[in-house]
Design a protein. Structure first.
Length: 238
């Protein structure tokens, strides 16, 4: 797979840099964005990801955290990477940050968590919950891009700087871009703070709340009427 091959080449370049070699660094935008030669089925993709050993994160993981939720979700959330609880359960956002994210979804958007799809930039936990390296993120990104292609969400909410950076190819600080929708190829991207950041900085919850209200407005604006048994039209219930 071309994307994975490029990412592994990038990893080798970082190793050479540590050994004293000099080279021009590769940014995410320098690589192909479309995943190729990956399964066109979400379950098959999950099976492939669960056997992935393309980066060093596979050596320390307990479980791969592929993602979960409605496979036809119109709304998708993307975070940075699994934490300790996620690594032990194989589910995304189930620790303290996950509890806060669930409250944001259900108490502000009034949507059951099961009706959205939640994933991360990397599928394995970085040791010590550190930020994924560029090599790790770029190695794993084709899997996420394929998930997006298969799920086809209308809106993707990126949680934190890492998720925003690797989906938008923009290095801007999250505090500057949060709450400003960006039209991507096939979906609208809305950046906001990561729930872990909100737990450490409660004062930022007000801004995150306004971001979620914006997501709610955008989501409701684009909803399609649903046919009833009598042939009448009614709004879908979130």
């Amino acid at each position: 797979m071309k994307n994975l091959h490029n990412a592994l080449q990038l990893k080798q370049l970082y190793i050479l840099k540590q050994l004293g070699s000099r080279y021009t660094d590769i940014k995410p935008s320098d690589l192909e964005e479309e995943p190729d030669q990956l399964p066109d089925d979400l379950d098959a993709l999950r099976q492939l990801v669960e056997t992935c050993h393309l980066c060093d994160l596979s050596k320390s993981r307990h479980k791969v955290v592929f993602g979960e939720g409605n496979p036809r979700a119109e709304l998708m959330f993307v975070g940075e990477g699994p934490g300790a609880t996620e690594d032990s359960t194989g589910r995304p956002f189930v620790g303290r940050a996950g509890e806060l994210l669930t409250k944001m979804i259900e108490n502000v958007l009034y949507i059951p968590r099961s009706q959205v799809y939640i994933a991360n930039i990397v599928k394995c936990r970085p040791p010590g919950n550190r930020v994924p390296t560029p090599a790790e993120a770029l190695t794993c990104r084709p899997y996420l891009l394929k998930q997006i292609e298969l799920i086809r969400p209308r809106i993707i909410v990126t949680l934190g700087a890492t998720a925003y950076r690797y989906l938008s190819n923009d290095q801007s600080p999250i505090g500057r871009v949060r709450g400003h929708p960006i039209q991507m190829d096939g979906y609208l991207l809305v950046p906001t703070f990561h729930p872990s950041y909100l737990l450490r900085n409660p004062s930022a919850k007000k801004e995150a709340f306004h971001d979620m209200l914006l997501v709610k407005e955008l989501w409701e604006k684009g909803r399609k009427p649903k046919r009833t048994d009598r042939g009448n039209s009614e709004k879908e219930v979130g």
